[in-house]
Ligand binder design. Structure first.
Ligand SMILES: C[S@@+](CC[C@H](N)C(=O)[O-])C[C@H]1O[C@@H](n2cnc3c(N)ncnc32)[C@H](O)[C@@H]1O
Length: 362
């Protein structure tokens, strides 16, 4: 699978769209809000620049995209009011892969600018938003141009499916699994970790080239609380999705070889793994690391099943359709919802998030 051309959240505004199924990601944004505010206000107060260049990487489309930008503008506005300073101009670059539904974002911009004017008295021309399609695993911006980089719920997506998930004969080592699982052999864990280290290190290097000296970056991603790579918490949804795909194999709906050759380009690192890459790459100092937990909070089993199923569908549908075809999708996610509903550890639908703020070293 060529991740950069296949991966995209379900576009549009329909029932299965990312726009309507991104509550978990919204919670993550709200949990990291104060880290973003502290970081951007610190940055502003070091030199009171007349303009700020800001990038949101892996912005997707929907309410979350502009929520982050609004939070950043509000934080600077608050500081400017306190200090009786004029507002700087904002150049905001929204980045995602080319398959992202940028049109939905662009259609909402006029309303966004109107709201800034109505609610904050900020005239048109305070903020200039543009889209930047492309993978954040390559250079996206000229050198020394970004003051602040933000990314939420995107960096656990790898640039590619890890190499090393097959033996010398080309046989899958991760048969019947779609991610690291309890039954995965050690080379699978190694391959996933190495791909993450390579990707994250490259990401930091590229951003350090694009950012101004002392530029700030705040990143949020799904993490693992323990060092144990197979810890259940970080892969609960993937295990249940794999179970449903295996049932489809038993029923002859999909071929076994097809499932054996499917692996997700995803990795949720531990805090130590993250810190180790930041230290080894060397371009950024880690200022703050916040660990939060998101729990699906409803006692209604059916609603919980639906919520988790729709959320995972909005994120994975493009990859599943690319590999297995469109025909299986509705049935797969109906059964998946039922599986979540009936699962004995349904109370433990927790997701651990890491938010870390960094400053570019001079
Ligand atoms: C779950 S969405 C998160 C979107 C948004 N930040 C939010 O919090 O709602 C992850 C986004 O990261 C994007 N993404 C994944 N890999 C990427 C890459 N290499 N370059 C740019 N965007 C990427 C996906 O296309 C997707 O839109």
């Amino acid at each position: 699978m060529d991740v950069k051309t296949v991966l995209s959240m379900v576009g549009g505004t329909g029932d299965t769209s990312y726009v309507n199924n991104s509550e978990t990601q919204k919670l993550a944004i709200s949990n990291s809000k104060h880290v973003v505010e502290d970081s951007i206000q610190d940055l502003y107060c070091t030199s009171y620049p007349e303009s700020l260049n800001i990038a949101d990487l892996g912005c997707s489309s929907g309410p979350n995209t502009l929520l982050v930008i609004r939070g950043i503008i509000d934080a600077i506005h608050e500081r400017c009011c306190q200090l009786c300073r004029p507002m700087p101009e904002f150049r905001v670059f929204l980045n995602d892969l080319p398959g992202n539904d940028f049109n939905t974002i662009f259609r909402s911009l006029a309303g966004f600018y109107d709201t800034l004017k109505e609610e904050k008295g900020l005239p048109l021309g305070t903020c200039f938003i543009s889209g930047v399609p492309g993978s954040f695993y390559r250079r996206l911006f000229p050198r020394n141009c970004l003051d602040f980089v933000h990314s939420s719920y995107s960096l656990h997506w790898l640039s590619q499916i890890p190499q090393g998930l097959e033996d010398e004969m080309g046989e899958s080592l991760n048969k019947a699994n779609i991610y690291m699982a309890e039954s995965s052999p050690p080379p699978v864990f190694k391959a996933y970790l190495e791909q993450f280290q390579k990707d994250f290190s490259l990401f930091l290097k590229l951003r350090s080239e694009e950012m101004t000296s002392k530029g700030r970056m705040v990143l949020t991603l799904i993490g693992r609380r323990t060092e144990e790579p197979s810890s259940g918490e970080s892969r609960f949804g993937w295990d249940l999705l794999a179970q449903e795909l295996n049932k489809m194999v038993s029923k002859g709906v999909i071929q076994k070889a097809k499932l054996d050759s499917f692996d997700l380009p995803y990795y949720s690192p531990s805090a130590k793994e993250l810190k180790d890459v930041i230290a080894a790459e060397g371009s950024f100092s880690l200022e703050q690391l916040q660990i939060t937990k998101i729990t699906v909070n409803t006692n209604d089993k059916k609603a919980k099943g639906q919520l988790v199923s729709k959320c995972i569908r909005a994120v994975t549908e493009s990859m599943l359709v690319n590999h297995f075809g469109e025909e299986i999708i509705d049935d797969l996610f109906e059964k998946f919802a039922k599986n979540v509903e009936d699962h004995p550890s349904k109370e433990k639908l927790n997701q651990v998030n890491f938010t870390f703020s960094m400053t570019k070293k001079v």
